[in-house]
Design a protein around this ligand. Structure first.
Ligand SMILES: C[S@@+](CC[C@H](N)C(=O)[O-])C[C@H]1O[C@@H](n2cnc3c(N)ncnc32)[C@H](O)[C@@H]1O
Length: 225
């Protein structure tokens, strides 16, 4: 018999405001995952090679920078409630500063000029104590017909799987990042929980398990949300 203990959701603080945590995060190697996020965006919405994109919970703005480099005619607004994270991002914008704006603001209710042609978000959902905040903000900021790509961890089914993922993907990381990863796996939603969140808001987006720990949610907002 396989021993299994279901993992209950344990929330973590929403904002990553600590300077040391933000610095460690900004220098961690999320290159492959972030590049894959951008390729997924381009593959899913090949028609969207210009226009405005908002990245919710952009952190140190690695994904806005990668998107702006990949798509030369898009403007990206990155939103995050952590000044420490945005400071890490601002220090790296260089020549992209004319096409990327980083706004300090907390969801829900962040004030940015909308609607955007696309709303993206990576690894924010699991931070939110109320997940509905993300889906309401996606609908508010995207407006009818906007492209949506959200990716995040999903919560494993057992503590044994949490520990396996920790060893497989974070064995050599600094302790602050190992702790972050462990806490994030516990704070994440299951794929079924995400599907239920979308159904409650009547958002017909596609939910796909894309790795042994990641889920992607994509599609176009309906008109009239
Ligand atoms: C795990 S990081 C992800 C950063 C970035 N998207 C990435 O993929 O590297 C989550 C970010 O969401 C931000 N965040 C969490 N809750 C938020 C909220 N309610 N409003 C704005 N930002 C939030 C945190 O401050 C943090 O920078």
């Amino acid at each position: 018999m396989v021993w299994r203990r279901a993992v209950e959701r344990t929330v973590e603080p929403e904002l990553m405001e600590d300077d040391a945590q933000a610095e460690a995060y900004a220098h961690a190697d999320f290159g492959a995952a972030n590049a894959a996020f951008v390729e997924r965006f381009v593959d899913t919405f090949p028609e969207l090679d210009a226009g405005s994109i908002v990245d919710l919970g952009c952190g140190p703005a690695d994904i806005p920078m990668r998107i702006a480099r990949r798509l030369k005619h898009v403007y990206v607004t990155g939103v995050d409630g952590s000044a420490a994270m945005l400071a890490q991002g601002r220090a790296m914008l260089d020549d992209l500063a004319n096409r990327i704006e980083l706004v300090e603001g907390t969801l829900p209710g962040v004030e940015v000029k909308s609607p955007f042609d696309a709303v993206i978000s990576n690894s924010l959902l699991h931070h939110l104590h109320d997940p509905d905040v993300l889906w309401r903000e996606v609908a508010r900021l995207g407006g009818p017909g906007a492209a949506v790509l959200v990716a995040d961890l999903f919560r494993p089914e057992s503590e044994a799987e949490v520990l396996r993922l920790l060893e497989q993907y974070a064995a050599d990381e600094p302790e602050v990042l190992r702790t972050d990863f462990y806490n994030s796996l516990h704070a994440a939603f299951t794929i079924e929980e995400i599907e239920a969140q979308l159904e409650r808001r009547e958002l017909a987006l596609k939910v796909e398990r894309i790795s042994d720990r990641h889920v992607a949610i994509s599609g176009r907002l309906p008109s009239g949300v």
